[in-house]
Write a protein that binds this ligand. Structure first.
Ligand code: PAN
Ligand code: ZN
Length: 183
């Protein structure tokens, strides 16, 4: 398994090992409603694993001034011609920013400001992405292998999924002739 697993990598301070590590996984059924091709989505096995997130949360949720760290492992695949992607969110405290950086595989970071302007950035091992406050963010795996990226965000950011669940992003990342297009 070539997955980069962060406890081995980052917990050089032995006092931190095993502290406040949180692992979540989302399968396709957790992503219901986010893809355009509903028919293709419903034909897929709903228990298929879409992504996993390993987070290190050293402060209590909501603590001002603290930081959180997480690695997301997003599996390859498509629903119709739309790439596998994360749910996406604004931060609940909307002005909180975040860093993302690419670890392995090929991705695209889809960003949307509060005026619903959408743009995207190519993500690759070593690429760094600053997500300013007020910008919703979602990652897509545009390659054919595991795509992983790291994230660092404030412990008082919180997650607002409702807005994206209701209205989505105003553009989608679609494969056209083998190339990702924001449409
Ligand atoms: C990330 C995301 C993670 C999973 O840690 O939470 O990539 O994406 P969803 O939360 O949209 O399902 C982050 O942006 N934290 O703020
Ligand atoms: Zn975030």
């Amino acid at each position: 398994n070539k997955k980069i697993i962060f406890p081995e990598l980052f917990f050089t301070d032995k006092n931190l090992v095993g502290r406040d590590v949180c692992k979540i996984s989302r399968n396709l059924s957790d992503l219901k409603g986010i893809f355009a091709d509903v028919e293709a989505f419903e034909k897929m096995p709903q228990d298929k694993l879409a992504y996993e997130v390993s987070s290190f949360l050293p402060e209590k949720e909501g603590t001002p001034g603290g930081l959180y760290f997480g690695i997301t492992y997003l599996y390859p695949g498509k629903v119709g011609n739309e790439y596998m992607m994360t749910k996406g969110h604004y931060h609940a405290s909307i002005d909180r920013a975040e860093f993302y950086w690419g670890l392995e595989g090929e991705g695209m970071l889809i960003l949307m400001d509060e005026q619903r302007n959408v743009w995207a950035e190519r993500v690759f091992p070593g690429s760094l992405h600053y997500i300013p406050g007020g910008v919703a963010h979602r990652m897509a795996n545009v390659g054919s292998s595991l795509f992983s990226f790291a994230a660092c965000w404030p412990s008082d950011a919180g997650h607002n999924y409702a807005e994206i669940a209701e209205k989505g992003f105003s553009a989608r990342l679609i494969e056209v002739n083998g190339i990702p297009h924001l449409i």
